[in-house]
Design a protein around this ligand. Structure first.
Ligand code: NAD
Length: 504
């Protein structure tokens, strides 16, 4: 796409200011509720990435050695500014992503939690000290920053996902190059400007916009110590393999297909509310969305009725108005998601609610609309079941027993989130132990851990050992150095001894 005079162009953010870089490539950014291009974003080249990494490396020389007190001052100031201006950020987010304002505000709030967690970094990075491990010998371990760290984020949480990582990375003394999604890039620049206002020195936080070219440049750059990636499973696998082959520390969080297992003793009104909230919130574009409800016989028919009733009251429309659910991110994605309704019918499932004819509240007819859709009796060989649809299409699969439901959950390639709904504490406890999924909800449909635990799935939902934020995040952004020290009294010097050191 070439630039035109009518639409603005979003620059990178390098060394404390906007930077055009040297690439002429750009990508259109839409307002999904209007279906209109509102700006273009630059697609950075390898040389733009190199410029940003050089700025981060230069800043690391001081920031990596800065006092804890200085880093905390910036973190607390950032927390205050973000809290005061979170509404502004939510509005930018909605204008490019499409999610409703209350949902955008919720996303910012979950990001703020991580900033608050990072404000406690002095406590979290104290290290450990053992006195007299041998006569007059002490051992202590310290946590040091890695250097320049790369973050690559997806479109669906343009504020929260970068905030899963950069507050912890910065508070532990690293400097950052963020490559946000090119589909909703403005949030990243807004956050960069706010960090600068909070007193963060130039070059500690940089943003390079772009696509595969910029991602590859980050993965290959010798001065980038680590990569934190969040996105779809094929790209997560690629990033993990390429990044680790280049010797980097990599955490790569991938896609999901989250199941909610409903036992016959569950409160079906609670279940129906939870299924609708978790299936259609953010138009299903959440990695923790519930996309499959496993209804254990005989509750299926009653549950489908309750879910259908609630869906009838949902308003789809412009996220700036009174809607419960906004549009999808692009026209291509909307069409792909809608296509699964045809697949469902072809594969013998029942399309109970078809969202393709939805009339949006507000927005424009050209917006990327798809109303909440419900498909019952989905077969487990259909791609409606096996693919991550990432849209407002909720599947109901009928199962005969807890064991059959569990087998389906554990048989899938993903292991991000899951939930069980039951009033039987023993069954819930057994599920917690039996299920091969990284985040488990018990009567909670979207079990996203709070900031002082860590977030991450299993299997193809996370490549690498480190989860996001929480204690795992602190470990990821620091490396431990163990020091063994002896300050000798010359009188006790043992002289030459070629034996392996032993403790005494
Ligand atoms: P995506 O994989 O298309 O893009 C993610 C990032 O990778 C973007 O910055 C994008 O520019 C870049 N990218 C895209 N194609 C690339 C390529 N060929 N080579 C190198 N880089 C490339 O994902 P998305 O559509 O932006 O986000 C939705 C996906 O993210 C879903 O699969 C969702 O489940 C997943 N997600 C996972 C989590 C989690 O915590 N596990 C959280 C949020 C989103």
């Amino acid at each position: 796409m070439t630039l035109d005079a009518q639409t603005p162009t979003l620059d990178h953010w390098i060394a404390g200011s906007p930077a055009a870089g040297d690439s002429s490539r750009t990508s259109p950014v839409y307002d999904p509720a209007l279906g209109e291009v509102t700006k273009h974003v630059r697609l950075g080249s390898a040389s733009d990435v190199d410029t940003a990494v050089a700025a981060a490396r230069a800043a690391y020389a001081e920031w990596g050695r800065s006092s804890i007190a200085k880093r905390q001052t910036v973190m607390f100031a950032f927390r205050e500014l973000l809290n005061a201006r979170k509404g502004e950020l939510a509005a930018i987010l909605t204008s490019e992503h499409g999610k409703v304002l209350s949902d955008a505000a919720g996303e910012v709030a979950r990001g703020l939690e991580v900033v608050e967690f990072a404000c406690a970094m002095p406590q979290l990075t104290k290290g450990s000290h053992s006195l007299n491990v041998s006569t007059d010998v002490d051992v202590y371990s310290v946590k040091e920053p890695l250097g320049v760290v790369g973050i690559i984020s997806p479109f669906n949480f343009p504020a929260m996902v970068p905030m899963w990582f950069f507050p912890i990375a910065i508070a532990t003394g690293n400097t950052v190059v963020l490559k946000p999604s090119e589909k909703d890039p403005s949030v990243a620049n807004w956050l960069a400007a706010l960090l600068a206002e909070a007193g963060l020195p130039d070059g500690v936080f940089n943003v390079v916009h772009g696509d595969k070219e910029a991602v590859d440049a980050l993965l290959e750059h010798p001065d980038v110590a680590s990569i934190s990636f969040v996105g779809s499973t094929p790209i997560a696998r690629y990033v993990y393999e390429k990044g680790t082959a280049a010797g980097k520390r990599v955490q790569a969080l991938g896609g999901a297909k989250n199941h909610m297992l409903v036992l016959p003793d569950a409160d079906l009104d609670l279940v129906a509310d939870a299924a609708v909230n978790a299936g259609f919130g953010s138009a299903g574009e959440r990695c923790m969305a519930i996309s499959v409800v496993l209804a254990v016989d005989p509750v299926g028919d009653a549950l489908v009725e309750k879910v259908r009733d609630r869906m009838g009251k949902l308003v789809t429309g412009d996220g700036r108005g009174d809607a419960d659910m906004g549009p999808l991110i692009t026209r291509e994605h909307r069409d792909k998601v809608a296509g699964y309704l045809d697949v469902a019918a072809d594969d013998g499932a029942t399309v109970v609610v078809d969202g393709r004819g939805v009339t949006p509240s507000g927005g424009a007819p050209d917006g990327f609309w798809l109303g909440p859709s419900l498909v019952d009796h989905v077969g487990t060989t259909s791609t409606v079941y096996t693919d991550e649809i990432f849209g407002p299409v909720l599947s109901i699969v009928r199962v005969a027993s807890y064991a059959e439901g569990l087998e389906l959950i554990n048989g899938g390639q993903y292991g991000n989130g899951t939930a069980i709904f039951t009033n039987d504490g023993g069954a819930a406890r057994r599920f917690q132990a039996d299920v091969e999924v990284g985040m488990v909800g018990i009567n909670v449909p979207i079990p996203v851990p709070v900031a002082y635990h860590s977030f991450g799935g299993w299997k193809s939902s996370l490549f690498g050992d480190a989860k996001a934020y929480g204690p795992s995040g602190v470990d990821f952004f620091t490396r431990e150095k163990a020091v063994t020290a002896r300050w000798l009294d010359p009188a006790t010097h043992g002289g030459v001894d070629l034996g392996f050191p032993q403790n005494s």
